[in-house]
Write a protein that binds this ligand. Sequence first.
Ligand SMILES: Cc1cc2nc3c(=O)[nH]c(=O)nc-3n(C[C@H](O)[C@H](O)[C@H](O)COP(=O)(O)O)c2cc1C
Length: 202
Amino acid sequence: MKYAIISGSHRPQSQSGKVARYIAERLITLHSEASSEIIDLGQTPLPLWDEGIWQGDPKILDAWQPVSARLKGCDAAIVIAPEWGGMVPAALKNFFLFAADGSLYHKPGLIVGVSASRNGAYPVAELRVSSYKNTHLQYITEQVIVRQVNDVLNEAEPQSDDDASLRKRLDYSLSVLAEYAKALQTVRASGVLNRKEYPFGM
Ligand SMILES: Cc1cc2nc3c(=O)[nH]c(=O)nc-3n(C[C@H](O)[C@H](O)[C@H](O)COP(=O)(O)O)c2cc1C
């Protein structure tokens, strides 16, 4: 299985990026055949979506097409959403406008909220309300919230009980995601999906 790990922070050196790298390593440890693509929106920012994409404007297309190709090669996505002002960062919402091109179509998604304090639930709620309609990303019911992110996932071994229980929860959620990744391959191959007639959710 191949996983796309999307780090939603604008910051080039973000804690969300740290979480993304931890998850990429964990996927390989848990599932020897797994591989991943980290799409870090802080390190490789996308331009703001604009309608030039419909006219094939190279300014927009050249930035998006390589990302789209990487997503298309994946079976599942892990969306890392730091809480900024009680919201999902604008870069991540912008990403979902681009990703309505079918690259995440009926693939399972795991949401990972991130907070430097004790929050992190708002981005989870926001993604579950928006972001899936036109991408058709199928968020699984498991979700992870990384609280006190500066204090966890820093060393090879857990440094506290909270660090240990978070790692256990992440492993569990990644294992559930792996099963959905297999299951939704069947859905995509079933012939029942009709993106041509229904590209946009209702
Ligand atoms: C503009 C901005 C707004 C933020 N607002 C919140 C917030 O509402 N709640 C919260 O728990 N943390 C907030 N934080 C702190 C982040 O949780 C913290 O930066 C954390 O490391 C995740 O962001 P990162 O991936 O950019 O590092 C905010 C950070 C920034 C840069």
